[in-house]
Design a binder for this molecule. Sequence first.
Ligand code: NAD
Ligand code: GLY
Length: 347
Amino acid sequence: MKKLSVKTKNKEYDILIKNGLLSDIDTFLSNDTKFFLITNDNLAKIYPDFISKFKNRVIIKDGENHKNFETFQFITEELLRQRIERKDKIVVFGGGVTGDLAGYAAASVLRGVGFIQIPTTLLAQVDSSVGGKTGFNTKYGKNLVGAFYQPDIVLIDPSLLKTLPEKEIKTGFGEVVKYCFIEKNCSSNQDFYMCDYLKNTENPDYSEIIYRACALKAEVVSNDEKESGLRAVLNFGHTFAHAIETVTNFETYTHGEAVSMGMKSAFELSYNLGLIDKSYYNQGFELIDKFNLAPLYKLDVDKNLYLKIMKSDKKVLSSHLRIVLPISKGMVKIAGDISETEILKVI
Ligand code: NAD
Ligand code: GLY
């Protein structure tokens, strides 16, 4: 079993990673606590034995297009109908959509109950289950309602990925490749570089990748839980991605695909601005293409609408877009002074 820890101002918790960890679940469910499972209707069919361990369950509809206020309302009202109390705990079993919604429900119901994250997608295992960002989408944009609310523990079982469709593995890989471009910002003390590893392997070891990604994320979140500085580097590609997802109604591209498309836009923008040379620009594109992560690069949509949505991003400061841009291998910077003309050229 591998163990990492996240240490924020108000909470310290472990991330445990082990193949087969789900079958040890009873060890983590103490008899004197009541647990409320939150999962989706797809996972409920795939993992009936695990689901049946819980008398109290909330099953939501599957899909990014259900990551909205209606589902949040359904979850919180269901928890209350089943008479959840403050000392009870929520167990979240799912990908980033279920995790973000259920995490926000945990933060909100009775003004906060504890929750255990059991991420079931690659994306959730390398990113969304760690760090306490919770929330849902609105018609004005992605994840615009939510809270920072840390879990009690994150239990990662990479063997759950055996049932994950290939398309979803690929989408998680978008967030994995992201770490290649930001890893030197995340940690100055590394004996492993995601970029070198992924460049030189055809068959990545998921357990290794998950551990390394979580280690980087744990370090960043421990230093800057509420994104007042460093944590913003984790949003590399995301300002573009959130606009791509919103402008296509959360239906056309998965989050990870949109992030990969967004990282390409960021590379092009950096190159146009003279922040990186052609060689690093090519390396960025090659790594994203090696794993076939970005189905498209530029969308055939109203670019002014795309830009308008970008400007409703949470990172906007005094009406100025703040975009994470690559500057050298493994390093990015946050730029707040990019002209709209330059942005329009790359979307
Ligand atoms: P998802 O939760 O929709 O899961 C993708 C699909 O895989 C769903 O159909 C789901 O039912 C299915 N699935 C999940 N686990 C499975 C398994 N083990 N076997 C078979 N099928 C399985 O999508 P996602 O990519 O996990 O998450 C995307 C979301 O995560 C986005 O909404 C994004 O905004 C959010 N996110 C949040 C953070 C954060 O820090 N909180 C970080 C990155 C992304
Ligand atoms: N996925 C971005 C973050 O957790 O900050």
